[in-house]
Design a protein around this ligand. Sequence first.
Ligand SMILES: *[C@@H]1O[C@H](CO)[C@@H](O)[C@H](O)[C@H]1NC(C)=O
Ligand SMILES: *[C@@H]1O[C@H](CO)[C@@H](O)[C@H](O)[C@H]1NC(C)=O
Ligand SMILES: *[C@@H]1O[C@H](CO)[C@@H](O)[C@H](O)[C@H]1NC(C)=O
Ligand SMILES: *[C@@H]1O[C@H](CO)[C@@H](O)[C@H](O)[C@H]1NC(C)=O
Ligand SMILES: *[C@@H]1O[C@H](CO)[C@@H](O)[C@H](O)[C@H]1NC(C)=O
Ligand SMILES: *[C@@H]1O[C@H](CO)[C@@H](O)[C@H](O)[C@H]1NC(C)=O
Ligand SMILES: *[C@@H]1O[C@H](CO)[C@@H](O)[C@H](O)[C@H]1NC(C)=O
Ligand SMILES: *[C@@H]1O[C@H](CO)[C@@H](O)[C@H](O)[C@H]1NC(C)=O
Ligand SMILES: *[C@@H]1O[C@H](CO)[C@@H](O)[C@H](O)[C@H]1NC(C)=O
Ligand SMILES: *[C@@H]1O[C@H](CO)[C@@H](O)[C@H](O)[C@H]1NC(C)=O
Ligand SMILES: *[C@@H]1O[C@H](CO)[C@@H](O)[C@H](O)[C@H]1NC(C)=O
Ligand SMILES: *[C@@H]1O[C@H](CO)[C@@H](O)[C@H](O)[C@H]1NC(C)=O
Length: 798
Amino acid sequence: MGKQLFLILNFVLLWWWSSITISGSYSQNQTDRLALASFKNAIHEDPFGVLSSWNDSTHHCEWQGVFCSKRHPGRVTSLVLRSQGLEGFLSAHIGNLSFLRVMVLQNNSFHGEIQPQIGNLFQLRNLDLSNNSFRGPIPSNLSHRLNLEILNLIDNQLVWGIHFDLGSLTRLKQLLLSKNSLVGPIPRWIGNLSQLQELSLAENELSGEIPKELSRLKRLILFQLRSNKLTGEVPTGILNVSDLHVFSVSHNQLWGIFLNDVGTASPSLYFLGASYNLFTGMIPSTLTNATGLKNLILLNNNFHGPIPKNLGSLKGLYVIALGLNQLQDDLSFISSLANCSNLKTLGVEWNLIHGSLPRSFSNLSTIKRISMSGNHIKGSLPLALGNLFNLSFLGLIDNFLTDCIPHSIGALSNLQQLHLSRNMFTGEIPSSIGNITSLGLLDLSSNIFQGYIPQSLGNCKQLIELDFSNNNLIGSVPAEIVGLSSLSIALSLANNNLSGSLPLQVGSLKNLGKLDLSYNRLTGLIPASISECLVLERLHLEANSFHGQIPEALRPLRGLKELDLSNNNFSGPIPSFLAELPLLEYLNLSFNQLEGQVLEHGVFLNASSVSIYGNTKLCGGVPSLKLPLCKSSSSKKSSSTKARVIYWVAGTLLCLALLLLCLAIFYHKKKQTTTIASTSLSFENQFLRISYEELLRATNRFSETNSIGKGRYGTVFKGILDGGATVAIKVLNLMQRGALRSFISECRTLGTIRHRNLVKILSVCSGVDFRGNDFKALIYEFMANESLEEWLHLGTIG
Ligand SMILES: *[C@@H]1O[C@H](CO)[C@@H](O)[C@H](O)[C@H]1NC(C)=O
Ligand SMILES: *[C@@H]1O[C@H](CO)[C@@H](O)[C@H](O)[C@H]1NC(C)=O
Ligand SMILES: *[C@@H]1O[C@H](CO)[C@@H](O)[C@H](O)[C@H]1NC(C)=O
Ligand SMILES: *[C@@H]1O[C@H](CO)[C@@H](O)[C@H](O)[C@H]1NC(C)=O
Ligand SMILES: *[C@@H]1O[C@H](CO)[C@@H](O)[C@H](O)[C@H]1NC(C)=O
Ligand SMILES: *[C@@H]1O[C@H](CO)[C@@H](O)[C@H](O)[C@H]1NC(C)=O
Ligand SMILES: *[C@@H]1O[C@H](CO)[C@@H](O)[C@H](O)[C@H]1NC(C)=O
Ligand SMILES: *[C@@H]1O[C@H](CO)[C@@H](O)[C@H](O)[C@H]1NC(C)=O
Ligand SMILES: *[C@@H]1O[C@H](CO)[C@@H](O)[C@H](O)[C@H]1NC(C)=O
Ligand SMILES: *[C@@H]1O[C@H](CO)[C@@H](O)[C@H](O)[C@H]1NC(C)=O
Ligand SMILES: *[C@@H]1O[C@H](CO)[C@@H](O)[C@H](O)[C@H]1NC(C)=O
Ligand SMILES: *[C@@H]1O[C@H](CO)[C@@H](O)[C@H](O)[C@H]1NC(C)=O
């Protein structure tokens, strides 16, 4: 018996060995080799050289990414080339690999259509072409690939509908078509794919209703229809699937009551996303049957009624986002959250929540983000607020909160944004806020704060926006605050009772977009250092007691859009540079003691942009201002012949000067192209001057190691300028269609980009490189890794 077994075993081993040696010698069948060769031919970029092993001296079964059959020597069963940066077309000859079971080309840059010959791959089980740039429709004759288990075409540019019938693919487990441009309805036959576990159709333009047939899919794990144009109700029973993990229908136009179904949902459900729809009904307390729930995201619907008191029995909760509904309750549910040891986000903003913050509020020690703005919350902030030491965002705008901010707030050492505006807080602003050095945004506006502005705020070196407007603050503007060079979005102290003069340190606000000190009792001259606030767009000093002439120091502020100096004691003439500020669209000089001639060009041409009332000694200007004529201009007419002579002489001189200038420019240009390429800056004064050569040095000649990312329109390099500053440099690939448009639009929106995304453009380099080609680059302040991805993405919007 044992001997027989031994013989059999021997035999099996022998057979196995021989099969290996046969496959080692390979058959003469060239079909697959030829197909692979033309697959390679259609690829024109191979940055990592993965296809260099695909050469004549090697058998195709040994080519990288190619795997062959043991039983059918020389026949390819798998082709796996993930993340190789391959760029090119998918060859139609791929359809000749008739033994192919697995084809994975994920995360490359294939473009063109998915060849219909792919429908000839009878054995195909796994087709993964995700993260490429395939265009056109999904090939319809895939529907005959009865063995197909995985179809992953996520993140391509596929169009048209899912119009053909894949309903016969009875083995299909994953149908993943997210992030394309598919239109039309979700076909009913999907309900016939009885093995389906993952259905991902998110981020397309699918419309119509969710077919009720989908509730037959009893094996679903992932159900993702986010960001489409679906309407109607969610079919009942769709959540009643024993193993469902992810249910996401956010950002559609779905309506009806569907949450009652959650009561029967599986304990595996951990993501429930239904935000930005028109859902109604209450949040049922049976929700807690879904014991595994981690993310409850129901933002922006019409849910009403109370918040389940037992929510906290879902111990795994990570995100609770119920904002922008009509939930009507007090905050007692918070007590139940004490055991949710993973809770990071709690949002109930813009509902009808009333009552006060329970003391247990300060026991949510893991929480990072609390958002409760726009409710009817009253009472005070808990004294132990400082226990929430993980907190990075606290939003309580538009409530009825009273009393002082507890001193313990200084212990929130991770806090980045504090929004408390439009409440009824009183008392002094606690100086301990200055201990929160991570603070980026501090908004205490529209309350009843009293006393002095704490100087300790000068320690908040990350602060980019500070708003204390509409309070009862007294004392002077602390030099420590106007010395905070990090301030870049806005500094507003408007509508208080501040006195004294504007400190010299205002010149440190080099990145600031908006400075509003209006409606206070400030006096003195405007410091000349204001000329260093080069990116200022809005300057509001109205309703104070500043005096002196309108300072020349405003001349370099070429980005100014709004300038309001009204209701002060400014005197003297209107300086001519005000007419030369290119972006100025609102100028208010009313109620001062200005005198002399009103200019007639620039912003002054448009009477609706300029206000100069209440300055009794002004004259001239465009007629619609209805000012008296100036005396000096009327005396000109008498000596017209004399004037003509003067004009003639001046004109001739001017022509001569222009000629000389042209010659100089011509000579300069020539020098530029023949010797060293230099660069010119399109935004003269506002930015650092950086040349192409300096960029070369900074980035080690744009070396690969300095590259930190690639966007659609260019590459981003990290570099160190001659001065030692670390910057990120986005070099535009001008061959790419749309790149130039992207450059122009980014330049045009310089200011707004900084505001929205907190990325500062330091400079713009636009000129020619050493080869004489056009070269354009944007130079940003270098951001730490965390936010890098976000703004790289920003850089790719065209
Ligand atoms: C190669 O394989 C194909 C498909 O299996 C077959 O039709 C053809 O006859 C084979 N050729 C040779 C030379 O074996
Ligand atoms: C062919 O590929 C093999 C295996 O990768 C490699 O060692 C060899 O250098 C390549 N030959 C040529 C000519 O590229
Ligand atoms: C995608 O491929 C690129 C190489 O082309 C690689 O750098 C990147 O990390 C890949 N992305 C992922 C998520 O694998
Ligand atoms: C491979 O496929 C192409 C296009 O489908 C066809 O024209 C060609 O004859 C095929 N080659 C072989 C060797 O089978
Ligand atoms: C595919 O692209 C998406 C973003 O579009 C990205 O999140 C994902 O990591 C990418 N996957 C791979 C494997 O590259
Ligand atoms: C799929 O379509 C292509 C092109 O229309 C055709 O050559 C091929 O025979 C079709 N395959 C099947 C299985 O229908
Ligand atoms: C789904 O399958 C049933 C039978 O199993 C069949 O009657 C029906 O036509 C199929 N529906 C679709 C849309 O293919
Ligand atoms: C949920 O499934 C159970 C058993 O599978 C069934 O009894 C119940 O009727 C279903 N509920 C709904 C709402 O479909
Ligand atoms: C859901 O929870 C309720 C009480 O909260 C309970 O009565 C019911 O049996 C639970 N249903 C299931 C399916 O577990
Ligand atoms: C938290 O858990 C403890 C122990 O499991 C339990 O006694 C307590 O009642 C729970 N608290 C809440 C608010 O659910
Ligand atoms: C908050 O936590 C403290 C200690 O961690 C505990 O003594 C207190 O009872 C908790 N408060 C509430 C309201 O749960
Ligand atoms: C703030 O920091 C100061 C010292 O820098 C310290 O004395 C004070 O206790 C801190 N306040 C808080 C509330 O942490």
